[in-house]
Each structure stands twice: as structure tokens, then as C-alpha cells.
Design a protein around this ligand. Structure first.
Ligand code: CAO
Length: 550
């Protein structure tokens, strides 16, 4: 078996195009015509195919390298049926058919004439390629079209190209739609207005597509067509198109997965989207961290359940049963609704209910408030709860963690969020570094943050970074409830109104002030026993704060 060089075939006038993707690695078995690398000029991206079948023994290029016709891409141990040329070195050159020529610069500006009225724009000579699919449409009726402006992108299995307009004017009618298969001569569009017609315009590319190199180039026209088919997947420099910048294979990959490429952030040079970017986007959508625009449009705060395969949400004409008034939900309610829905659906949440004896603590709170009357700072039970929770979070650190894929992120800071009821809806301001602050400071900050929340003046920084949240309905009433975890936190404490209860002290029932606690926790991270211990410890601290010192 011969070791052969696979070289960059004739890629027209383009010199020194950058390698932007390596599509194979050492050890891979490649077929003849299989794409090996993607190269890119400032206007076009193209895949370079293998001229032979075999096993890749060595890669001679790396990302960022500049290549031109004749550059060795890799060394292949040719398959038995592929004979290397007898003469050494065993070079497999580009097929003869790859003698594509670059579009003469003059061609695009020649043969122009001035006309008015309807002008038909047809698919120019795109070589032997037949039935190439329309994958993108850049224009719509009413758009003012410039000469040479890209109208659509078509794609074969290995190359993507933009088809430019052969005339200027206002687009009256587009004759193709996404998915249509087109051929040379097909009517693409009808323009109207003052137009400068061009008799022959090849697609606006100046880089020959090696992917068509196996097709016989029988005439200058088809050679030109090969140039044409080398068209760019995207013109990264063009501000007018605003298209995602990605190579044909990445586009194909994205289409196969149903990924909207325009929503993917490219991390390559000039924002180019790589296969890794598409994969990362897909993972993020699957994990629920990202929503595509289509998903967002389909699933407002209420959601219709279709994405979960549920039966449709009941649609009832309430007016049939009595007078109604319809009011759009406010922005905050919509945002928090969407978050609550996701958290309720995605987190296997369990709630433990317990009671804490706060008789002595309440007495201390009342006396503290008396002593501090002049300071203007009012201490409520919530400030003690924040402090007590920090102690419990330190003792049971998984309650202060977040899930990141298969890993747990333990946070060595204790920022406690508290739910605040505001006229605009529920908000969760955050007391930062609650472990470093005393009860008075926490009470003061809580008062300020709660006021800001009610006035709609909380900054994003004041609502982010919490490691655990407390939702207190103690000032209102109720006994127990099941709060929803504020992802990516893994637990939340719900607190209701304390009441005097008869508690057995071993000899008799005595009146004790009992605080109802409801701890909701993420069962992926926390076990039931740990949750019971957390609540029990919290109860002990609230019963006797001196335990924090132990
Ligand atoms: N048991 C008994 N009384 C309690 C109590 C409890 N657990 N917690 C607070 N109280 C008392 C306070 O001592 C205060 O009494 P006084 O008026 O006699 O002094 C009164 O209830 C009102 O307290 P508060 O609500 O103003 O203060 P807070 O620190 O307890 O709470 C805040 C502040 C912003 C959290 C609260 O105003 C609030 O918005 N709570 C609602 C939170 C919420 O909506 N949660 C639900 C989220 S899930 O939808």
C-alpha cells in the first residue's frame, strides 16, 4: 500500500486561504471525495475533498494554516484498489477535472445595459450541479436589490453558494422558497424599476470549489460553473446579510439537528460558528439553560404543555359563564412565571415540614427592638432565620451548592435571597455575605432592599448570586406551604406565621411559640435524611442561638 500525498487542488485565483476546520484525524479511513478540511477566504468557505481513499497517516496542516493549490493536506495510506502513480513521489494530484478557473474580474461588470420595467433574474450557470436545494433566502418582496447582491443560498451535499442578482431594482416577486430544488436557467425573481441588467453573472464567488472537481469540465462554461459552485457559505464581511457565519458542513450539521444557526454564538475568528458551537448550543437547549426563539414564542409564562407531550391547555370562553375582564400580566410576572414553571417541571422537588420553637428567640427579638427603638432598625424573625440558615448551610454544604451537569458546585460564600411581595409581583433581593453580617445589619439591608423591590428599583446585581432563598409568609399567615426552588439553587425555606401551641415538656403541655418551616429541596442533590437533619438543626439553632457557637 502506498503512502500518498493529498494536495489542495486548483482553487482558482485564491492563494493562501486559511484552514478553519479539520474534518478528519490520523487513523480515520477516508473515502475518495470525502471532505478533509474547510478553508476560508474573506468571502467564501469551502471544503477540500480527498483525491483518494485510504487511511489518514499524517495531517500536514493545522487550524489557521494558510494553504493554496498544491499544499499537502495530509498523507494517506491508499486503499488497495487505489493505485498511486508509478513515479515517485507518490503524489495524488487533484483530478484533471479540477482545472477550475477563477471568475474573471471583468465578467461581473461586463455586458451591463440599462433597462426599466420587469426584469427576470434566472439561475446562472452552476455547472453540472443539478437540483441543488435552496437553503436560505436573503430578500423579500419590496426590497431594493443591488446588482450582484446575494438573493439565496443553495447547497449541494458539500458546497454552499450564494446566488447573486443579475440586475438591480425592487424585488416584485420571488419565485423560489426554502427547500426548492433549482437548476440553471430557473426563474428566481422578478425585479422592477431602473435596472442595470447583466447578461451573464456567475455567483459572486471567486474561489473554485474542489468538491466539484470530480465532474468533467468539458467547456469553459462549465469551468466557470465550477467557480460558481465554489460559492461562499456566507460572506463574513458583509454587514448587509447578517447571516450566521459557518461552513457548509456546519450548516448541514445544524440543519440535521434542527438548530437555528442564527441563534448560535460563533466562537471562531470573526464569530464563525463551528461544529462545537452548534453542539454546545444543542446541549444548552437540552439542559434547559437556553431557549430557542421558536421555543420562547411557543411557551409563554403559561406554557401550553405541548413540548412535554401533554394534552392541550383547556381553552374556555369564560364570557359564556359571566362577565369577565382580561388584563395582560406584567413583565415581572411573566418572567417569574416562566422561571417558576421551568423550576417546577425540571426539579424533582420534595418538601419537608417541621416546627421550630422560637419562644425565647421571639422574646429576645422583642427586647432587641425595644433597645434599638431609636436606631429606626426593626428586627423581624426573618433576619434571625437568615443567620440560622447560614449556620445550617455551613453544616450541610450541599444545600449551598448548584448542579452543573454531573458535578456539584459548592459555593464558599453565603448570599441569601428573600422573596419579597411587591405590587409588580414576586422579587427576590439578595443579602450578600450574610455570614459576615450581624442581625442588625441584615435587618437594615433587608428593609432597604424590600423597599427598593416594592418601588421597582432593584438593580440586577441586587437580585442575583443567591445561594439559598427564604420565602417568608410569616407576616401574613398560613401554616405550611411548598415553595418552588429558585434554580440554580438546590433548596428553599418557606416560613409561615408562628403561633402558640401546646407542647409536651415531659410532664405537661406548655404554651410554646412554634414557627412552621417548609424546606423544599432538589432530590437530585439532597437526600430526604439530609433534609430532615437540616430542618432539625435549623430548629435547634432557632430554639437556642448559642448552638451556632458550638
Ligand atoms: N410569625 C409571626 N409573625 C411574623 C413572622 C412570623 N414568622 N414573620 C414576620 N412576622 C411579623 C413581623 O414581626 C411584623 O410584625 P409587627 O408588624 O407587629 O412588627 C409583621 O409580621 C410584618 O412583617 P414583615 O412582613 O413586614 O417583615 P418580614 O421581615 O417578616 O418580611 C418581607 C419582609 C419583604 C419578606 C415581606 O414583607 C414579604 O414581602 N413577604 C412575602 C414573601 C412572599 O411573597 N413569599 C411568597 C413567595 S412564593 O409565592
Amino acid at each position: 500500500m502506498a503512502l500518498v500525498e493529498v494536495k489542495v487542488p486548483d482553487i482558482g485565483d485564491f492563494n493562501e486561504v486559511a484552514v478553519i476546520e479539520l474534518l478528519v484525524k490520523v487513523g480515520d479511513t477516508v473515502k475518495a471525495e470525502q471532505s478533509l478540511i474547510t478553508v476560508e477566504s474573506d468571502k467564501a468557505s469551502m471544503e477540500i475533498p480527498s483525491s483518494t481513499a485510504g487511511v489518514v497517516k499524517e495531517l500536514r496542516v493545522k487550524l489557521g494554516d494558510k494553504v493554496k493549490q498544491g499544499s499537502v493536506v495530509l498523507m494517506v495510506e491508499a486503499a488497495g484498489d487505489v493505485a498511486a502513480p508509478a513515479s515517485a513521489p507518490a503524489v495524488v494530484s487533484a483530478p484533471a477535472a479540477a482545472q477550475a478557473v477563477a471568475l474573471p474580474a471583468a465578467a461581473s461588470s461586463a455586458v451591463a445595459s440599462v433597462a426599466t420595467g420587469p426584469v427576470e433574474v434566472h439561475v446562472p450557470d452552476i455547472g453540472d450541479f443539478k437540483d441543488v436545494a435552496v437553503i436560505e433566502i436573503f430578500v423579500k418582496p419590496g426590497d431594493a436589490i443591488r446588482m450582484e447582491q446575494s438573493l439565496i443560498t443553495v447547497e449541494s451535499d458539500k458546497a454552499a453558494m450564494e446566488i447573486p442578482s443579475s440586475a438591480a431594482g425592487v424585488l416584485k416577486e420571488l419565485k423560489v422558497k426554502i427547500g426548492d430544488k433549482i437548476n440553471i436557467g430557473d426563474l428566481l425573481a422578478i425585479l422592477e424599476g431602473s435596472v442595470a441588467a447583466l447578461a451573464l453573472v456567475a455567483p459572486s464567488v471567486a474561489i473554485a470549489a474542489p468538491v466539484v472537481s470530480s465532474l468533467p469540465a468539458t467547456s469553459p462554461a462549465s469551468a466557470l460553473a465550477q467557480v460558481a459552485l465554489a460559492a461562499p457559505a456566507h460572506n463574513p464581511g458583509s454587514p448587509t446579510l447578517g447571516l450566521p457565519h459557518a461552513s457548509p458542513s456546519v450548516r448541514k450539521f445544524a440543519r440535521e439537528l434542527g438548530v437555528p444557526l442564527e441563534e448560535v454564538k460563533g466562537n471562531g475568528p470573526k464569530g464563525r460558528i463551528s461544529q462545537d458551537d452548534v453542539q454546545a448550543f444543542t446541549k444548552s437547549v437540552m439542559a434547559g439553560a437556553t431557549q430557542t426563539k421558536a421555543q420562547a414564542a411557543k411557551a409563554p409564562a403559561g406554557g401550553d404543555g405541548a413540548a412535554l407531550g401533554l394534552i392541550p391547555w383547556p381553552k374556555v370562553d369564560f364570557a359564556k359563564f359571566g362577565p369577565i375582564e382580561r388584563k395582560e400580566m406584567g413583565r415581572i410576572k411573566k418572567i417569574s412565571g416562566a422561571n417558576l414553571l421551568r423550576n417546577a417541571i425540571m426539579i424533582p422537588a420534595v418538601t419537608n415540614h417541621d416546627d421550630a420553637d422560637i419562644t425565647e428567640l421571639e422574646a429576645f427579638r422583642v427586647s432587641t427592638n425595644k433597645e434599638n427603638e431609636k436606631s429606626g432598625i426593626k428586627v423581624t424573625m426573618l433576619a434571625f432565620l437568615i443567620k440560622a440558615c447560614v449556620a445550617a448551610l455551613k453544616k450541610y454544604p450541599e444545600f449551598n451548592s448548584s448542579l452543573d451537569g454531573d458535578a456539584l458546585v459548592y459555593k464558599n460564600y453565603w448570599h441569601i435571597g428573600f422573596a419579597a411581595d411587591t405590587p409588580n409581583g414576586l422579587m427576590v433581593p439578595v443579602i450578600r455575605d450574610a455570614d459576615k453580617k450581624g442581625i442588625l445589619q441584615i435587618s437594615q439591608e433587608m428593609g432597604e432592599l424590600a423597599k427598593k423591590a416594592r418601588d421597582g428599583k432593584l438593580s440586577p446585581a441586587e437580585m442575583t448570586g443567591a445561594t439559598f432563598t427564604i420565602s417568608s409568609l410569616g407576616g401574613i399567615g398560613g401554616k405550611y406551604f411548598t415553595p418552588i426552588i429558585n434554580a440554580p439553587e438546590v433548596a428553599i425555606l418557606g416560613v409561615c406565621k408562628s403561633t402558640y401551641e401546646p407542647v409536651w415538656d415531659g410532664k405537661q403541655f406548655v404554651p410554646r411559640l412554634m414557627l412552621p418551616l417548609s424546606l423544599t429541596w432538589d432530590h437530585r442533590v439532597i437526600d430526604g435524611a439530609a433534609a430532615a437533619r437540616f430542618n432539625a438543626y435549623l430548629g435547634q439553632i432557632l430554639g437556642d442561638f448559642r448552638r451556632v457557637l458550638l
